[in-house]
Design a protein around this ligand. Structure first.
Ligand code: NAD
Length: 352
């Protein structure tokens, strides 16, 4: 018999090409008047565009977002927001910029308006992360959940294939793990399955025909569903392992997800057969793990931990770290199994 808890998160989503233009209207709807606009240094021009659209509702621009939100970066952004007397933060960019907005919200309670330009899905989750001395701490707090998200596929046209492919695989990882989460429910499972379908269809188009707005829109739609699922259920082996690898070896976030996902799916294959059938069907593949590997290959995304900078002698330490704190996963964690997974991922082998 069905039995579950479903908790809807209260974010307003405005989706479609041109929705960036609705930024002033959306800020006005919330009664906000002084926005600090956040971006990475590389996306400063986009932040300038947001400020131009906001006009007098711009308090200032802070283009200092950095990967994994170092605490010093968060502190500086909070101080700037205070100095500018900002009443909200507009985060325009990928997961790093949205993460900076969340770090401001965590301390000050300022509402965040997110305009994602990658497929990280962070904009739909109450999850924040802060890095102190190389150690990343994550947590959940409703305060950091963006109030409004503007999804404009036109803003993702500039996303190069090298970033788009791994970023899309990161979104797929949210969907795959949502399907076998301990607290999965029928709604998150629907979102996850539809997210996989959309991403699997759209990502090859995004990479092969970067200017195809239809494909960009479908990929962003899949990323929205993926982020929504991630925000509502707890993640398992795949996310924990990526967290360990990213934190301990300084590996790039989306690329680690890309390499590990097929192997985490293979590890859980027999323990979560229903979830894996749904993943395989949504991918249009015979097997979930192999379908994910083949998709990453089609996207020209990295397939091995070796090529993204993990030292081979780190496999042992990673396997130990990944198994020392138990958590829910469909197949219980065992050192030998995780070590084998990491070895396969290090070499970039196609899952058996
Ligand atoms: P990112 O935000 O670090 O962006 C990668 C690079 O791409 C940056 O240099 C950025 O400026 C550039 N970029 C972004 N959009 C672009 C565009 N449209 N055109 C050209 N360049 C563009 O990468 P990410 O993968 O989006 O985010 C990774 C971070 O997000 C990690 O710190 C991860 O932990 C976090 N994250 C958090 C959650 C959550 O729920 N809290 C979910 C997923 C990821």
């Amino acid at each position: 018999m069905l039995s579950f808890i479903y908790e809807q998160l209260p974010t307003r989503v405005v989706f479609g090409a041109g929705s960036f233009d609705r930024l002033p209207e959306e800020i006005g709807r919330l009664g906000l008047k002084r926005a600090i606009v956040l971006s990475t240094p590389g996306q400063r021009r986009l932040a300038d565009e947001a400020a131009r659209r906001l006009g007098v509702a711009t308090a200032g621009i802070h283009a200092e977002a950095a990967m994994h939100v170092p605490v010093e970066t968060a502190r500086a952004a909070r101080e700037t927001a205070r100095r500018l007397a900002a009443d909200c933060a507009v985060a325009i960019g990928g997961g790093s910029t949205i993460g900076l907005g969340k770090a401001i919200a965590l301390d000050t309670g300022l509402p965040v308006i997110a305009i994602p330009t990658t497929y990280s899905g962070s904009e739909m989750t109450p999850i924040y992360g802060l890095t102190d001395g190389g150690v990343k701490r994550t947590g959940r707090d409703r305060k950091v959940l963006p109030r409004v998200v503007l999804y404009d596929p036109a803003l993702t046209v500039a996303l190069p294939a090298k970033i788009a492919g791994p970023s899309g695989m990161n979104a797929l990882a949210h969907c795959v793990e949502a399907l076998y989460a301990e607290d999965a429910n029928p709604i998150t499972s629907l979102m996850a399955a539809e997210g996989i379908r959309a991403l699997a269809r759209a990502l090859p188009v995004v990479v092969a025909q970067p200017l195809d707005l239809e494909g960009r829109g479908e990929a962003l739609y899949g990323a929205w569903l993926a982020g929504s699922a991630l925000g509502m259920v707890a993640m398992g082996l795949h996310h924990k392992l990526c967290h360990t690898l990213g934190g301990s070896f300084g590996l790039p976030h989306a690329e680690v997800h890309t390499v590990i996902l097929p192997h985490a799916a293979a590890y859980n294959r027999d323990a979560a057969p229903t979830a894996m059938r749904i993943v395989a069907k949504a991918l249009g593949a015979d097997d979930a793990a192999q379908g994910l590997y083949d998709l990453a290959k089609t996207l020209g995304a990295p397939l091995s931990l070796r090529e993204i900078g993990m030292p081979e002698d780190g496999i042992d330490r990673a396997a130990k770290l990944a198994t020392e704190n138990p958590y829910y996963n469909p197949r219980p964690l065992d050192y030998a199994g995780i070590r084998r997974l990491l070895e396969d991922a290090w070499h970039g082998r196609r899952p058996a």
